[in-house]
Design a protein around this ligand. Structure first.
Ligand code: KG4
Ligand code: ZN
Length: 342
């Protein structure tokens, strides 16, 4: 079965064709037109600008993803309908509606967070349930227990900022630009802990609580105050790399600790990562190391790097699992939901 996926939740316009025979997935195309350079000037995504850029990009992106004659072989259209920016979502959803109507092909309405989880299916490994997924994106930090396809339970989530937001806001404080996650990761990777000439003590928020919730807004404030205090004695060139390193360690510590604790409590068979922050090398490395050490009999997955941040291939993969259950939405009833909770 061949699915056309469409993704316009935030600042990436993407279309992809993914194919599955039920056993493995093949991504035929995954076209992503990023608006990062445009929004970087403003230090974050400007919704009105994002929507206009989606309007400009969507048809060329869909055309490129389909390739010559590709439209004839599509069995279904899948589109991310939320959560996200309403005006951005509308662009992809209107195009999906038109294609579904014109081609007379069924339409699958996909939750963007669910789509992130399905990036793990591109590893083409059998994923055994119950599975636990740590979803870490720009707006979400959630621990999701999956008992089967379409059976999700959020067992923990952030009470304020998401981990991605903490990366982005900290990068802004440190003058590292947008998006903050890759910027912090790049600076932190060059830092050597032996070179540290001062002490930085950042909190590990909520690491000791009994639940599986998170909180990252205090960490960002801790970085602000620590950088301000240190700047009386040291140069910013010295403070910024050390702070980038330490904040990444603090975020990764909390994410890993709570994920492992939840995996043990729920006795899961698979643990996975998903979302933009799962592209973080330090998180991936620590996750694999801790899984091997603490849960040796449990499978673990990290999505292929290119499918961690927003892309339409993951929407197509989620669409496949809706399609085999005939879980479709008639185009007349397709609605976006900017606050759609999984
Ligand atoms: O999933 P995503 O692409 O979009 C949303 O659905 O929000 O996630 C974007 C987030 C941003 O906060 C970005 O800074 C973060 O993912 N991110 C990273 C890395 N790459 C992207 N955070 C840490 N390390 C990275 N390498
Ligand atoms: Zn996303």
């Amino acid at each position: 079965m061949r699915i056309l996926g469409i993704e316009t939740s935030c600042d990436e316009t993407s279309a992809a064709v993914a194919e599955s025979d039920g056993r493995s997935f093949e991504v035929r195309s995954n076209v992503v037109s990023s608006q990062i350079k445009i929004h970087a000037k403003y230090g974050g995504v400007v919704p009105e600008v994002a929507a206009r850029k989606h309007v400009e990009a969507i048809l060329p992106v869909v055309e490129k993803a389909l390739g010559p004659g590709g439209a004839e072989k599509i069995d279904a259209v899948a589109v991310a309908s939320g959560p996200g920016l309403i005006t951005s979502l509308l662009v992809g959803n209107e195009v999906a509606k038109i294609l579904s109507w014109f081609w007379k092909k069924p339409l699958a309405r996909i939750n963007h967070i669910e789509a992130h989880i399905y990036a793990n299916w591109f590893l083409n490994k059998k994923i055994n349930f119950p599975a636990l997924c740590l979803v870490v994106s720009g707006g979400h930090t959630e621990l999701i227990l999956m008992r089967g396809h379409g059976k999700h339970e959020v067992i923990g989530e952030t009470r304020d900022d998401a981990a991605g937001e903490c990366f982005d806001k900290t990068a802004k404080i440190l003058g590292l630009g947008y998006p903050g996650g890759p910027a912090i990761a790049a600076v932190a990777a060059r830092f050597k802990i032996e070179d540290l000439r001062f002490k930085i003590e950042l909190p590990r928020p909520m690491i000791d609580t009994k639940d599986f919730d998170f909180s990252f807004s205090g960490l960002k404030t801790a970085v602000l105050y620590a950088a301000r205090d240190l700047s009386n004695k040291y140069k910013m060139e010295e403070i910024v790399p050390a702070m980038a390193y330490e904040v990444q360690e603090a975020i990764v510590d909390v994410l890993i600790y709570k994920t492992i604790k939840a995996a043990k409590k729920y006795n899961v068979k698979t643990v996975m990562l998903a979302g933009g922050v799962s592209a973080n090398e330090r998180l991936r490395e620590r996750f694999s190391g801790v899984m091997e050490k603490e849960l040796p009999g449990v499978d673990w997955n990290v999505p292929p790097f290119e499918y961690c941040t927003d892309n339409a291939a993951m929407v197509a993969a989620a669409g496949y699992f809706h399609a085999i259950k005939k879980d479709f939405t008639p185009w007349q009833k397709l609605k976006v939901d900017p606050n759609w909770e999984l």
